[in-house]
Design a protein around this ligand. Structure first.
Ligand code: GLA
Length: 730
């Protein structure tokens, strides 16, 4: 199979895009509309060739009879054709389709874009100013151009194939081809009709300390909107979502998934329809959006990312994971193992000096930690969270000799050095604000509202961006800094201009590209009060995200489970912290805290000087084990099982080894013993409650060669880690 896109027919062509796990079939309809004939399992395949035009045509079924109020597109040449009954890959209002449109233009309440041309290009075609994805071998891009001559605009619909991971991406460009200015009020990245009425919607919802909890409900005939207006991809609603067929589970059934390579205010609509289809529209949030297009100008919407699987939610996750590991994260970090860090935030908060940090680094080195990350409080007069953001020069009272001297002392213990910054923020009490009060986002006549005592810099201004690029560049070059934690602790407010949120995000991408592009070896960990910007856009600049400010392991199980639906373990930064937990005050033994964080990018977030001897021993052993197996833990295939909510189980499967984790968060008294079934490279290991004291037992059946590495138990929580050499499939 040499190509991944086939075009059949000339006047009304079919377009068949095929990857390892899915096919999308589009067709130019009788009046030039782009129809969505199929999104599902791959059609044809290796050895079978491509289906013929007749076979593709057979995919189209009129999905319903006319309703009383159906508008027929034409009464002269084909009286039965109605947009309302047609599965479409692009849609607008005004010609009889009552469903959610992909485009709104202030000057035209009727829009109707029809086919004019197409082309297939090798590789992917990057959208200027937006996150840059990498391509795969045999990636190709189909560009279909539709035109609305009356409104004076053209729409380019880009589809790119990622044949190996199975993913497809889709984006939209709108061009003003007329003589008058146009005002875009809504431009979707993706519009498609799924000819599958019985789907659920699974979104990742939450809030600070409790991000990405999966919420699943049927679509039915409703419209489900997954969106945010905060200016970030947000902890409220992650931009990605899944559409599992009714009854599909982690391991079985048909499932579709959509995500956006975008970090700002987003909006997706999933709309059931009496015509037996589900319309999916995804992209920028139209609330607060308007974009003026002069004649000849164009607007690029960000990339939407699609995956499909016939083997459950795990299958869709597998496509997304491979895509992120191979095509999304910066080239330097693709499949590159991530270090074990100690972050000093929960260990010291603002209360530290160089000696304290060096002592912590010394203990961390004994534990096996590889990178010391200095969090908030190292700069200007930053003694609490009320001041000094913007004053990015080291406080030499705390750190005499500066960052270089500190990094050197830390390096003497064998650790690399990392640094926290929150560059987009500006404290009203800062030298930067006193020098440039006009750099903050404000609306004339209104006092700007603060979040965490902060305002935000106006990144739509080139001078502000230049300042950040210069300041951060020289800061990161001033010491051997191999890791940067980039924080963003408030939402955008007080921006009066329509379209500001999008311009802000474009400004952010510009700054990130200019700071980190020339410094690819710096590991950028993105953070936004934890997981407020966990999205594919940010992942193109830095390969991992601090998933949540909540380090309570029971809460983290839910957060990490939700994130794992869309994002691979290599992107999810997870730390074992102190007990009682600083956010929830709950008590967990160190084994459980570690075992919850180990299947991701593991680190610690505590003061290692304050640990008992027993905990020191346990943590040293866990870190050594992690370092030995992190290739599988970070990059192995990720599996989740269908399990009761209080007994989550997951596995990482590598070429040679598989590691399974089972957690019990609460087991109801006098209930039948729950049975755990952990998928290990095609084998199943059955474990029964209670897990504790199984240390020396041999596991039953085919997995007899797998050994329980350890177990721990405290209160009603317990974790089991099973590590086995992969057994050949029988
Ligand atoms: C945010 C981050 C934390 C920490 C603090 C420092 O809350 O999410 O991890 O860095 O800021 O102020």
């Amino acid at each position: 199979m040499s190509t991944s896109i086939q075009v059949l027919g000339e006047e009304r062509p079919f377009f068949h895009l095929r990857t390892a796990t899915t096919s999308v079939v589009l067709r130019v309809g009788p009046f030039g509309h782009l129809e969505q004939l199929w999104w599902g399992a791959p059609l044809g395949g290796e050895g079978e060739g491509w289906p013929s035009a007749d076979e593709l045509a057979a995919l189209w079924h009129p999905v319903s009879e006319d309703f009383a109020q159906t508008t027929h597109y034409s009464t002269t040449s084909d009286s039965s054709f109605a947009l309302a009954k047609t599965p479409l890959a692009w849609a607008t209002l005004g010609k009889g389709d009552p469903r959610v449109p992909g485009l709104r233009v202030r000057e035209h309440q009727v829009l109707d874009a029809t086919y004019v041309r197409h082309e297939v290009r090798p590789g992917l075609v990057p959208a200027p100013g937006l996150p840059r994805l990498g391509s795969e071998e045999r990636s190709e891009t189909l560009v279909v151009t539709l035109a609305d001559r009356v409104a004076g605009l053209e729409v380019d619909l880009f589809w790119t194939t990622f044949p190996l991971s199975g993913v497809l991406t889709r984006r939209t460009v709108v061009r003003n081809t007329g003589a008058a200015a146009l005002t875009l009020e809504h431009v979707a990245s993706l519009v498609l009709d799924l000819a599958e009425p019985d789907v659920d919607v699974l979104t990742l919802d939450g809030h600070w300390l409790s991000e990405a909890h999966g919420t699943r409900r049927p679509v039915g005939l409703q419209q489900v909107v997954n969106s945010t207006t905060l200016g970030t991809s947000s902890d409220r609603h992650n931009p990605g979502f899944l559409l599992p067929a009714r009854g599909a589970s982690e391991t079985h059934g048909e499932c579709w998934g959509v995500n956006l390579a975008y970090s700002g205010s987003h909006w997706s609509s999933i709309q059931g329809d009496s015509g037996g289809m589900v319309r999916v529209v995804a992209g920028l949030n139209p609330d607060g959006f308007a974009w003026s297009l002069a004649p000849g100008e164009q607007f690029c919407a960000p990339e939407a990312v699609l995956a499909h699987s016939s083997s459950g939610l795990n299958g869709v996750s597998a496509s997304f994971h491979r895509f992120v590991d191979d095509c999304v994260v910066p080239a330097h970090w693709r499949r590159r193992e991530r270090p074990v860090v100690l972050n000093n935030w929960e260990g010291t908060y603002f209360d530290f000096d160089a000696d304290v940090l060096v002592q912590m680094a010394e203990r961390a080195a004994e534990l096996g930690v590889e990178t010391f990350v200095l969090d908030d409080g190292w700069f200007g007069e930053r003694h609490d969270d009320q001041r000094a953001l913007g004053d990015w020069h080291v406080n030499t009272d705390k750190l005499p000799g500066g960052l270089g001297a500190l990094a050197e002392r830390i390096a003497e213990h064998g650790l690399a050095f990392g640094l926290w910054v929150e560059p987009e923020a500006i404290s009203p009490n800062s030298d930067l604000f006193r020098a440039h009060p006009d750099w903050a986002i404000t609306t004339p006549g209104r006092t700007p509202s603060q979040g965490r005592h902060e305002l935000l810099l106006d990144l739509t201004r080139p001078d502000v961006r230049d300042h950040l690029v210069e300041t951060l560049g020289s800061l990161f070059d001033s010491a051997p800094i191999s890791f940067v934690k980039w924080d963003f602790n408030r939402a955008i407010s007080d921006a009066d201009e329509a379209g500001f949120h999008h311009r802000y995000v474009l400004g952010l991408y510009d700054v990130l590209g200019r700071v980190f592009g020339p410094r690819p070896e710096i590991l950028l960990e993105n953070c936004s009060s934890g997981g407020s910007r966990f999205d594919l856009g940010m992942l193109t600049f830095g390969p991992q995200v601090w998933a949540s400010d909540c380090t309570d392991p029971a809460e983290r199980l839910a957060i990490q489970h939700g994130l794992s639906l869309l994002y691979p373990p290599s992107t999810i930064s997870a730390h074992a912290s102190d007990s009682p937990n600083h956010q929830t005050d709950r008590v967990f033994d160190l084994a459980f805290r570690c075992d919850v964080a180990l299947p991701y990018v593991f680190g610690i977030e505590l003061d290692p000087r304050a640990m008992s001897e027993q905990d020191t021993r346990l943590l040293t052993e866990r870190i050594a084990w992690y370092r030995e197996h992190r290739a599988v833990l970070q990059f192995g295939a990720s599996r989740r099982t269908d399990h009761p909510a209080n007994l989550p189980q997951l596995a990482r499967v590598g070429d040679e080894h598989a590691i399974a984790f089972a957690y019990a968060t609460y087991v109801r008294p006098r209930q039948p013993s729950p049975r755990l079934v952990i998928p290990l490279g095609g084998q199943r290991v059955g474990l029964s409650w209670p897990f504790a004291a199984r240390e020396d037992e041999t596991l039953p059946g085919a997995a007899a060669r797998a050994g329980i590495l350890r177990s721990g138990r405290q209160h009603d929580t317990s974790a089991e880690v099973v590590h086995g050499r992969r057994l050949r499939e029988q």
